[in-house]
Design a protein around this ligand. Structure first.
Ligand code: SF4
Ligand code: SF4
Length: 136
């Protein structure tokens, strides 16, 4: 096993490698669902309460509602220049985006995103491990 794989798998406890870079499409700043206590925010009343918990929520504006819940856009995204206007001071969740953790929470990445996730173990490797486990 290579050093990179070892670090990702056993130290960082990841299942995917993240590759690529941000191409500033703005998708992750323009269509946002807010997760709280394992569920997405579905009403403006719920969201008003959440705003008191972190300044990031005060940047968000409701633009729609669908089967998943309220859909927000961030007011700190400049659509013309395609930049975050508070880039240096952007919240931790934006600095880490896209992280494996938020996908475990149910987030879906935009198809246009310049980042890609590829499994650390291929399907056949996982299959072999499962086979070995149940053989013993
Ligand atoms: S704070 Fe910046 S990076 Fe974070 S969602 Fe808003 S515009 Fe995007
Ligand atoms: S969706 Fe991906 S490429 Fe687009 S702004 Fe967000 S991180 Fe960058």
């Amino acid at each position: 096993m290579g050093f990179k794989k070892f670090i990702y798998k056993y130290i960082l406890k990841r299942k995917y490698y993240r590759t690529g870079h941000c191409i500033r499409c703005g998708a992750c700043c323009s269509k946002i669902y807010v997760n709280h206590k394992k569920d997405t925010i579905k009403s403006e009343e719920e969201f008003e309460k959440l705003k008191k918990l972190h300044p990031f929520y005060t940047y968000l504006e409701v633009i729609d509602k669908d089967d998943n819940g309220l859909v927000f856009k961030c007011n700190k995204f400049d659509k013309e220049k395609r930049i975050c206007t508070i880039h240096k001071f952007r919240p931790g969740i934006c600095r880490r985006y896209p992280s494996e953790v938020i996908f475990k929470m149910g987030a879906v990445m935009s198809e246009d995103c310049g980042f890609k996730f590829t499994p650390i173990e291929s399907f056949s490797q996982v299959f072999e491990q499962v086979k070995k486990k149940y053989k013993n």
